[in-house]
Design a protein around this ligand. Sequence first.
Ligand SMILES: O=C(O)CCC(=O)C(=O)O
Ligand SMILES: [Fe+2]
Length: 313
Amino acid sequence: MENFSTRATTFEGEFEGERSRRRLRYPELSVAIESGLAGGTTLCQEGLLRKPRLLDRSKVLALGDRVDNLVRRMECLGRIRHHRRELECDSFANGETFFLNPAEIENEEGLARECSSVTIRDPFLNLPESIQLALHPRIIGVASSYLGCIPVLSYIKIVKTFTSGFGPVDTQYFHRDIGSYWILKVFIYLNDVDTDGGPFCYARKSHITPRENDFGSNLYIRFADEKVVEMFGNENVVECTGTAGDVWFAETLGFHKGKRPRSAPRRIIIATFCVEKEKGFAYNPIKIKTSDLASLTPLQRAVCSELEVVPGY
Ligand SMILES: O=C(O)CCC(=O)C(=O)O
Ligand SMILES: [Fe+2]
């Protein structure tokens, strides 16, 4: 504990340096930083913000259907975690992860027996309609105002979570994310999500509590629900239910989890905004096609500055 303040200072200093570089890089776009103020303060204080009906419901539902079709056909799936095996091996204890060989799985029902969720590989390439949803000007506005610079889209995932008979697993336990000093995650439900539909859950004000200051050090730390309630009070531990089109913003340095869905699967886009590329874990940059990048506004393109551009029309 004695080194805590020195380490925190270095850590914050690096963050401020990155943010300054980001500010200097896009002075002409800085008006975007002001325009999103509606949400910035709530996010700073609570760590959580809901923007009802921010996105066009029909577009969001249509994307959810496309996710369903891909998963049903077992196409364009990212690496599949073998959650059942991880549970059997108690892999939280030693940080081990296992992956499934999709060739050994016959269909979606088979998938749901072995894993709790699947992701769509290269979401901006395989589901390009997700680009305008994740980079909606109001989403960028909130992220800019909160982070105090034109944000970097550091990561994005599109996930279908099954009503598996086992669990909870992985991010279905309370945890804190590790990628950067501050991390703004944007949760876009692609179907209506009630308490049994696997809502994102968050402990309000938990983002301002001290944390380990080495990137990556809390990767496998998970917290029991009761512990989180004890730490932050029942009234602050909230289930972020919502209808398709609502958007939730959360500072995921705070304690959070995805509740296990019981009644219906959940489809979601989770986009991560930071002041720079994330450093807390290794990942491949998100890919975007040249033509899709070219069709974006200057502000959206700035947010995509750390993506990998791949040829394609
Ligand atoms: O699935 C969820 O609602 C939470 C996911 C999560 O913890 C994360 O992406 O950091
Ligand atoms: Fe998380």
